[in-house]
Design a binder for this molecule. Structure first.
Ligand code: G6P
Length: 368
């Protein structure tokens, strides 16, 4: 085990730092020669079938469900196809009416999660085409879907998913590009997205280079028992994931919310006992997010901000600021995820938790 871990202490830590390579492997060989679109050998639909699809339903569990929510933002934005996201465990019993032009996608790191497998079977029973995204080569989900995309992120041992999650978001973004280019996304816009995806491993490395600083922040906040995670738009699922990561490995109570919903409930929790992690990338909603930060601090809640806004985000805006690069919107959810993984990891280590085998959790849940 020690040999495999190299100089890392935990698999989760190793897998966080493997993300530049995992992302590189997920995208390898998957762009067109002119770098204007993504291509996937395993999606066995012809262009006419693709063109007929007018809705996509994603089913998954846990962290992977958050990847699906991110996919919803990316696909609706770049491909303009309506997307729905369901917990697999809900879908399988809900008898949801689906339109005949709905495409079902299941996503699963392991490819063995029973609820996701049963959701896939339920959709197939009803005659739908079901495609998959999985890291599990030859897994049950890989075998039973009509086609799909392998993540090639490499084995993930830590129970809390890290590199598999960012790889799923990358592939969702590339799927959005692939579908967008069959619809209204221009050649130039496609080229910009491909350039952004290609730059991702390098940009992720620059965030990982800040691990020591993030560790210091984590150690300062490790004794709190409640956290809020807030973000808007595609940062909302990332806020959910940040909260889940912290919960899973440090047993701290954490909740993720869309920042705009803060005033409808979570604001009641804010006090000096409850810090907030607020995702504040540059963009249309930055001003709104800064006002959420001000509301939080006015109620004595400390704020750890993750921002790409540079000088538009003055130093005194938050108690702690973690800078991420400003890049194309299609990769911002991935860049924002990295500090949240490190924050959760270092907090859990500081609290003496068994990071790779958190209590009560399993890597792959093959029971109901
Ligand atoms: C378990 C794991 C999570 C994972 C979820 C779905 O709960 O602890 O990390 O996100 O299952 O797993 P899957 O393999 O289907 O992506």
């Amino acid at each position: 085990e020690q040999a495999e871990l190299g100089h890392f202490t935990h698999y989760m830590e190793k897998e966080i730092f493997e993300q530049p390579t995992a992302l590189e492997n997920s995208m390898r060989g998957r762009f067109s020669d002119d770098d204007s679109t993504a291509k996937f050998g395993g999606l066995n639909l012809d262009p006419v079938q693709w063109r007929q699809i007018d809705r996509i339903l994603f089913c998954a569990c846990g962290t992977t469900w958050h990847a699906c929510l991110t996919a919803e933002y990316l696909i609706e934005k770049y491909a303009r196809i309506p997307v729905e996201v369901e917990y697999a465990s809900e879908f399988r019993y809900r008898n949801a009416p689906l339109d005949k032009n709905t495409l079902v996608f299941v996503i699963s790191q392991s490819g063995e999660t029973l609820d996701t497998l049963e959701a896939l079977r339920e959709a197939k029973r009803k005659g739908y085409i079901v495609l998959g995204i999985t890291n599990g080569v030859g897994s049950s989900i890989a075998r039973e879907t009509d086609g799909g995309i392998y993540q090639h992120a490499g084995p993930e041992i830590g129970v809390a998913s890290t590199k598999a999650f960012t790889s799923q978001i990358l592939l969702s973004g590339m799927l959005a590009l692939h579908l967008g280019r069959m619809r209204d996304l221009s050649f130039g816009d496609g080229r910009e997205m491909v350039a952004a995806f290609r730059s991702l491993p390098g940009l992720v490395s620059t965030v990982l280079d800040q691990a020591d600083k993030i560790k210091e922040i984590a150690e300062k906040y490790a004794d709190f028992s409640d956290f809020l995670f807030l973000g808007r738009q595609s940062m909302f699922p990332i806020a959910l994931e940040g909260a889940l990561k912290l919960k899973e490995i440090s047993y701290i109570h954490a909740e993720g919310y869309p920042a705009g919903e803060m005033k409808h409930g979570p604001i009641a929790l804010i006090s000096e006992e409850c810090p907030s992690v607020i995702l504040s990338p540059h963009g249309d909603t930055l001003k709104k997010v800064i006002s959420n930060i001000q509301e939080t601090r006015a109620r004595k809640g400390s704020v750890i901000a993750i921002t790409s806004a540079g000088k538009d985000f003055p130093q005194d805006t938050a108690d702690e600021i973690i800078h991420i690069p400003q890049a194309h919107d299609c990769i911002m959810p991935i860049l924002a995820t990295i500090p949240l993984q490190l924050l959760a990891y270092y907090i859990a280590v500081k609290r003496g938790c068994d990071v790779d085998k958190p209590r009560n959790l399993a890597k792959s849940v093959t029971v109901e």
